[in-house]
Design a protein around this ligand. Sequence first.
Ligand SMILES: Cc1cc2nc3c(=O)[nH]c(=O)nc-3n(C[C@H](O)[C@H](O)[C@H](O)COP(=O)(O)OP(=O)(O)OC[C@H]3O[C@@H](n4cnc5c(N)ncnc54)[C@H](O)[C@@H]3O)c2cc1C
Ligand SMILES: *[C@@H]1O[C@H](CO)[C@@H](O)[C@H](O)[C@H]1NC(C)=O
Ligand SMILES: *[C@@H]1O[C@H](CO)[C@@H](O)[C@H](O)[C@H]1NC(C)=O
Ligand SMILES: *[C@@H]1O[C@H](CO)[C@@H](O)[C@H](O)[C@H]1NC(C)=O
Ligand SMILES: *[C@@H]1O[C@H](CO)[C@@H](O)[C@H](O)[C@H]1NC(C)=O
Ligand SMILES: *[C@@H]1O[C@H](CO)[C@@H](O)[C@H](O)[C@H]1NC(C)=O
Ligand SMILES: *[C@@H]1O[C@H](CO)[C@@H](O)[C@H](O)[C@H]1NC(C)=O
Ligand SMILES: *[C@@H]1O[C@H](CO)[C@@H](O)[C@H](O)[C@H]1NC(C)=O
Ligand SMILES: *[C@@H]1O[C@H](CO)[C@@H](O)[C@H](O)[C@H]1NC(C)=O
Ligand SMILES: *[C@@H]1O[C@H](CO)[C@@H](O)[C@H](O)[C@H]1NC(C)=O
Length: 539
Amino acid sequence: MGFAYTKLALLSVIIFISIFPQTYISHDIESSFLQCFSSGLENSNSTTKVILTQNSSSYTPLLQSSIRNNRFLESSVPKPYLIVIPNDLFQIQKTIICSKKQGLEIRVRSGGHDYEGLSYVSNVPFLMIDLRNLRSITIDIKEENAWVQAGATLGELYYAIANKSNLHGFPAGSCPTVGVGGHFSGGGFGTIFRKYGLATDNIIDAQIIDVNGNILNREMMGEDLFWAIRGGGGSSFGVITAWKVKLVRVPLIVTIFDIPNRLDQNATTLFMKWQIIANKLPSELFLHSVLGIAANSSSDSGKTVTVSFTGLYLGKSDDLLPLMQNNFEELGLQRDNCTEMSWIQSVLYLTGHSINGSLEVLLQRNTTLTSFKAKSDYVTDPIPMSGLEGLWNLILEEDRPTLIMTPYGGRMSEISETETPFPHRNGIIYGIQYLVDWEKNEETPKHVDWIRRLYAYMTPYVSKGPRAAYLNYRDLDLGVNRENTSYEEAKSWGVKYFKSNFERLAQVKDEVDPTNFFRDEQSILPLSRETSLVDKDNA
Ligand SMILES: Cc1cc2nc3c(=O)[nH]c(=O)nc-3n(C[C@H](O)[C@H](O)[C@H](O)COP(=O)(O)OP(=O)(O)OC[C@H]3O[C@@H](n4cnc5c(N)ncnc54)[C@H](O)[C@@H]3O)c2cc1C
Ligand SMILES: *[C@@H]1O[C@H](CO)[C@@H](O)[C@H](O)[C@H]1NC(C)=O
Ligand SMILES: *[C@@H]1O[C@H](CO)[C@@H](O)[C@H](O)[C@H]1NC(C)=O
Ligand SMILES: *[C@@H]1O[C@H](CO)[C@@H](O)[C@H](O)[C@H]1NC(C)=O
Ligand SMILES: *[C@@H]1O[C@H](CO)[C@@H](O)[C@H](O)[C@H]1NC(C)=O
Ligand SMILES: *[C@@H]1O[C@H](CO)[C@@H](O)[C@H](O)[C@H]1NC(C)=O
Ligand SMILES: *[C@@H]1O[C@H](CO)[C@@H](O)[C@H](O)[C@H]1NC(C)=O
Ligand SMILES: *[C@@H]1O[C@H](CO)[C@@H](O)[C@H](O)[C@H]1NC(C)=O
Ligand SMILES: *[C@@H]1O[C@H](CO)[C@@H](O)[C@H](O)[C@H]1NC(C)=O
Ligand SMILES: *[C@@H]1O[C@H](CO)[C@@H](O)[C@H](O)[C@H]1NC(C)=O
């Protein structure tokens, strides 16, 4: 009995050590970090609410509260050692300085929508800064601009604008829970971007805390860094704490329509036509197509591909109908299919809320969750009929596939590729987002395999040299930074997101963060990393 007990005890000690080696490291780092953080802070009572250790009862609810992909709720997913929830900029400055001292990496989370969870997942020891408490929004209708703190959501911004004016809006994404911290720094498009450009095209100032803990505005950070954070992603350059944006003028009435078509309703022919006109329509009309599956009405067991055309027109249906008649008669749009509403109601509509309901729903941060994987592409020549046939077959293999085809053109074609790091401008007909979601994480490999096969299939039909991708639809299949990744290696996939802007991003990185403190699995490496590796080899 005694012997058995001792052996068991010994065994559990060994198991404990081998399973939890990080726990020991983390306690050291934790206490040193806490000591560093609270030194000079007289109100150390607030530290307990600002910093959550893994022991804290609020740690798990807080971590999970803005995880948007169930894949990353699994217990095996690595978690931050500490969570910092700053109430002011000073606490961010302290966090940067103390993390550097302890050799802890940091990850910054605004809305938590990163497709690969990079704002809260990493295999290295790290601390997460969650900006939820820095979310104030100040609207200046007379000057037609706004300061928005990075922890605010798109819904909060849209709500704040609508609260002050029914003639103003902002061109960003459709999902109200997306955070402005990640969304604006990666581009950010929505249903009025053909008229006004990306969210990032409408940023006029910003506030960032750099690697030395300095708080910088546009004038202080200089035009290179200001350029880099408008599309190059925030996570490589510092902690962005606020944006100043230009509001745009929207008409009192906009018109929405939604026309689904199955294959037996000429969906293929309609899609062929759409590919030709989508990016040439007037910029007031956004007409995207969403591919999915539906039950085949003439067969109980069968499924069919559906192509749904959803439009938002900045104007009344009286003007929209002749425009559609002239450009896309085949769709058969009729007055009965159109709903006129205000711009803010269109935001509700596109989120699936009742357009006559309260705007307060835009302030909700909770959403229903599934597991998902997504990828992106850009199309510069219409996909031929032969290509679509194979695509339909692949779509029919999945349970819950969605392909969102977003038309470019309009204002997007007028902005040069180098104006911001976001390079997908003139010449793009449409962007594709491939998406699959599922309920059970045991099924993850099956669905990830499907989306990779789909991506491989699409190779001949999409942009080449490089095969372009959208940063905000982050995809770690494209490449991942490792400790020894060279500039050239990182470039091989970095150009997919940034094309020729990649090199300038690496130069800016070199200027503002040469030791590569701000980093993650897909961050920009300093340009000099190439040189230093070469030097080492030569020595
Ligand atoms: C449901 C859903 C709908 C979406 N709809 C759209 C859409 O309509 N249009 C569109 O363009 N995109 C859309 N996206 C993609 C979205 O734009 C990106 O996921 C975006 O990066 C999310 O920003 P976030 O702040 O919510 O995410 P986070 O996960 O918090 O951050 C994303 C990245 O930015 C970094 N980051 C965040 N905040 C800061 C900061 N303050 N300073 C420095 N770095 C920071 C993070 O470290 C991370 O690398 C959607 C995503 C989802 C999940
Ligand atoms: C402790 O926290 C409370 C509430 O957050 C605050 O009002 C108070 O000033 C803090 N105490 C000190 C000493 O700062
Ligand atoms: C966390 O809890 C463990 C045991 O429950 C304890 O030994 C450790 O000191 C705690 N860590 C912190 C930072 O409070
Ligand atoms: C604006 O917000 C205030 C308080 O949040 C609210 O009372 C008011 O009804 C809102 N006004 C509009 C026009 O939405
Ligand atoms: C469009 O309107 C026509 C005429 O009322 C109607 O027959 C048709 O079903 C509508 N289409 C959709 C998708 O609602
Ligand atoms: C629907 O199912 C029927 C019977 O199986 C089949 O003949 C038809 O082609 C299917 N239609 C579509 C659009 O897939
Ligand atoms: C499909 O298109 C053809 C040719 O444009 C047309 O004659 C036919 O009525 C359409 N079918 C449906 C179901 O819309
Ligand atoms: C919204 O309200 C308008 C005007 O009261 C009404 O005509 C319309 O049917 C309502 N729409 C919905 C979806 O409830
Ligand atoms: C979010 O929370 C609100 C209030 O608790 C609730 O009414 C709503 O249904 C929730 N939304 C989702 C998508 O879970
Ligand atoms: C980089 O490190 C990985 C392991 O982390 C190793 O497999 C790879 O060969 C290394 N590459 C170079 C170029 O050293």
